[in-house]
Design a protein around this ligand. Structure first.
Ligand SMILES: N[C@@H](CCC(=O)N[C@@H](CS)C(=O)NCC(=O)O)C(=O)O
Length: 247
């Protein structure tokens, strides 16, 4: 029977305990003086999500990297989530609240912020490229979460069959601008970069050799991880990638 209370993908209640246990106790805490202070104009941005990377991480990284102040509000407890769940348009998060505006859906949130902070490309051609690139990454992410949440026993098969095919397409597209040596749009940073970086990062966690056949993607990941405002976040984040503790 279809169980409406247990959605596909990320069901918080099933796995909350596993997540809490999976956080390494010895991970260093962020030091206030290693985190760049927010400097760009923002108006009380509040991002609601669970204490996982999941669908919120590209949004968080984009905000942090561009020094856009926001409140990262994470639900920690089952009761807390089920109390607040009905207040969200689709009963799900991430959700961004900003001066009375409530934006559900990770894609709508990141694009809204990209438009607002000039991270969506200059020309129509670039905007469209960033959009379809990001949609392609999202499709790959759905394949990944399908395996993580519903078929983890097929991980080796996923690594052997899905990544080689999908990452080849991604690398080919990345090379369209500046030979893949800069950003998704070439010289101009865009929201698609944060989606790409997170997907490459989780691929490397799944298997450290997953990018070996894709030198341009591997170099992109190495380069992007060195961005000044991201470094402290990457070194100190304590949250797991997925809510079932698998990665
Ligand atoms: N299409 C939505 C999917 C949102 C979604 O699946 N959210 C999950 C967490 S990853 C959720 O809120 N699960 C809790 C629940 O449904 O009770 C998006 O991109 O934001």
């Amino acid at each position: 029977m279809y169980r409406q209370s247990v959605p596909e993908g990320c069901s918080w209640s099933e796995h909350a305990a596993i997540i809490r246990e999976s956080i390494p106790a010895d991970l260093p805490q962020p030091q206030p003086d290693t985190i760049a202070p927010p400097s760009r104009m923002s108006s009380g941005l509040k991002l609601y999500y669970f204490a996982i990377r999941g669908l919120a991480e590209p949004i968080r990284m984009m905000l942090l990297d561009n020094k856009i102040a926001f409140e990262d509000i994470t639900f920690q407890k089952d009761e807390e989530w089920f109390r607040i769940k009905p207040s969200f348009a689709f009963g799900q998060v991430p959700c961004l609240k900003e001066d009375g505006l409530e934006i559900p859906q990770s894609g709508a949130i990141i694009r809204h912020l990209a438009r607002k902070f000039n991270l969506d490309g200059e020309t129509e051609e670039d905007k469209v490229f960033a959009d379809f690139f990001a949609e392609g990454i999202k499709d790959l992410h759905l394949k990944y979460t399908g395996m993580i949440y519903r078929a983890y026993e097929t991980k080796d098969e996923f690594l052997a069959t899905v990544y080689p095919v999908e990452l080849e397409k991604v690398e080919k597209l990345l090379k369209k601008h500046a030979n893949g040596e800069k950003f998704v749009l070439g010289n101009k940073l865009s929201y698609a970069d944060y989606m790409l970086f997170e997907e490459l990062d989780i691929a490397l966690v799944l298997s450290p050799t997953s990018l070996d056949a894709f030198p341009v993607l591997k170099a992109y990941h190495t380069r992007f991880a060195q961005r000044d405002n991201l470094k402290a976040h990457l070194a100190t984040r304590r949250i797991p990638i997925n809510n079932n503790g698998k990665q």
